[in-house]
Design a binder for this molecule. Structure first.
Ligand code: GDP
Length: 476
């Protein structure tokens, strides 16, 4: 980075000749158009009573792409997602697998839902993402995160291939992920596994028994029949994929789930994909950062170091990160903070831009709907599930005369950027199990934005309904 003497003189409001004289005194010859480096500029500035701040920087400075050292690669556990139609037994299967864990059995077997868990099998460890269904998978993929190595497609033997089964197949294929089929509920009297196999043929999933390449196993999440075999086949498939990672570098991975917990602050479950994550590491993910204060596995045990392919709950972040976002360990907390702030600023500018556009679109929308009034809402909640539930409940309030429009819906504390969005969209902010960041209350009152906080959905719904009635009154 460099700047010309004339540019610097303009910026500082000091004559270029004075700058040149100063440089000469310091033993440097310079002309007015000469480029000088940042250090020299800083020296000059300080001589004239200014301080120089380093502004522009590249994130790569802190998160460099390092060439992979083949010699350091070691085998890592496969990461598996369970997909399939609703009620076909995804959750039950994940529970059954969890209970089949030898290690968990010894430790008392009480596992907590942290969004992912690791199971020790006779053929090695396997990591399961604990959020069933393709929504989670899609959310990850939309953010560009390739997390899953294998998909276990659950199809109920009594129900067969259904719409979400097909959707899951499409998504797994689009992501080029190997599919294993678990034909579930074979304990049921009406179970016809053969029929399921036949149906899957139509989607180019041909079982090995019939000369194809797809492993299809009859299982029962209820009686646990076939579960050990399923785990064995997953481990075998993983061997074929030769999954490897280097544990000897700064850790990198993906946020699987994140929430705000009372007494614990922001809690994020991350999957380590490369390197080893250690307590004390400085970490940045999206616009959040922090030092890893503590890490817990799915059995609630404190861990100090986590290898590639394993999930862990992390405490110590500045805020709630976004599921699907990558995380990187950087040199120190200062670097993490700098990268996070840089990203936050970028996001802020982007959002301000999009808000302007949104309001313009709103104008057109209003023109179209004629006299209909609309109540705009910005929703913020502690977890993704609540944010969605509140948004849906509020949208259902819409009537012919008053519409409800959720401008944005997100997770975490209410920030300045939420207030700006609300101000631009003439919206109220509905916070669910969350609160405004420090000073945000003040900004909200300056901007004339109302923030309403709730911890019970129907109370939020009632309050918004009242606001809608308020919009109606002037018409009568
Ligand atoms: P999900 O919606 O795919 O997560 O499905 P669930 O795991 O919630 O299961 C839906 C229903 O099917 C529940 O009532 C389960 O008890 C039942 N179920 C799941 N697996 C089995 C099984 O192997 N056998 C029988 N008989 N019922 C099962």
């Amino acid at each position: 980075e460099s700047i010309s003497v004339s540019n610097l003189s303009q910026l500082m409001g000091v004559k270029a000749s004075d700058l040149i004289r100063k440089l000469m005194q310091a033993g440097k010859m310079a002309t007015i158009n000469q480029l000088i480096d940042a250090d020299t500029a800083a020296f000059l500035a300080s001589e004239f009573g200014y301080t120089v701040e380093k502004k522009g920087f590249e994130v790569e400075e802190y998160i460099p792409e390092v060439e992979e050292d083949e010699a350091k690669l070691v085998t890592r556990p496969p990461v598996v997602t369970v997909m399939g139609h609703v009620d076909h037994g995804k959750t039950s299967l994940l529970d059954a697998i969890r209970q089949a864990d030898v290690a968990a059995g010894e430790a008392g077997g009480i596992t907590q839902h942290i969004g992912a868990y690791s199971v020790q099998t006779s053929k090695g460890p396997i990591t399961f993402l604990d959020t069933p269904g393709h929504e989670a998978f899609t959310a990850m993929r939309q953010r560009g995160a390739q997390v899953t190595d294998l998909v276990v497609l659950v199809v109920a033997a009594d129900d067969g291939v259904m719409p979400q089964t097909i959707e899951s197949i499409k998504q797994a294929k689009a992501a080029k992920v190997t599919i294993l089929v678990a034909i579930n509920k074979i304990d049921k009297p009406g179970a016809t596994p053969e029929r399921v196999m036949q149906q899957l043929n139509e989607y180019e999933l041909v079982p090995e028994q019939w000369g194809g390449t797809t492993i299809m196993l009859p299982v029962s999440a209820r009686t646990k029949q076939g579960i050990p075999e399923l785990l064995e086949y997953i481990a075998l498939q993983a061997e074929v994929l030769e999954l490897k990672a280097n544990p000897e570098k700064l850790a990198k991975g993906v946020v699987i789930e994140a929430k705000l917990e009372k007494g614990r602050g922001p809690v994020a479950t991350v999957l380590v994909q490369e390197g080893t994550l250690r307590t004390g590491d400085a970490l940045v993910t999206g616009a959040e950062y922090g030092r890893v204060r503590a890490m817990m596995n799915e059995r609630g045990e404190q861990v100090k170091a986590v290898s590639p392919g394993y999930p862990v709950e992390v405490l110590g972040l500045s805020g709630v990160p976004t599921a699907g976002d990558e995380f990187d360990v950087v040199e120190d907390e200062k670097a993490a903070k700098e990268v996070a702030e840089h990203r936050a600023e970028k996001a802020r500018q982007k959002e301000l831009g999009s808000v302007k556009k949104a309001t313009l679109e709103d104008l057109f929308a209003k023109a179209k709907t004629g006299g209909q009034k609309e109540l705009n809402v910005v929703v913020k909640a502690d977890v993704q599930g609540s944010a969605e539930a509140v948004s849906t409940a509020l949208q259902r309030l819409a009537t012919k005369k008053v519409g409800v429009k959720v401008l944005t819906s997100g997770v975490g504390v209410i920030t300045e950027s939420d207030v700006l969005t609300a101000a631009a969209g003439k919206a109220i902010i509905v916070g669910f199990n969350t609160k405004p960041e420090t000073k945000v209350d003040q900004i909200a009152s300056q901007q004339g934005v109302t923030i309403k906080l709730f911890s019970i959905i129907y109370e939020a719904v009632d309050a918004v309904r009242e606001d809608m009635v308020g919009l109606l009154e002037p018409i009568i």
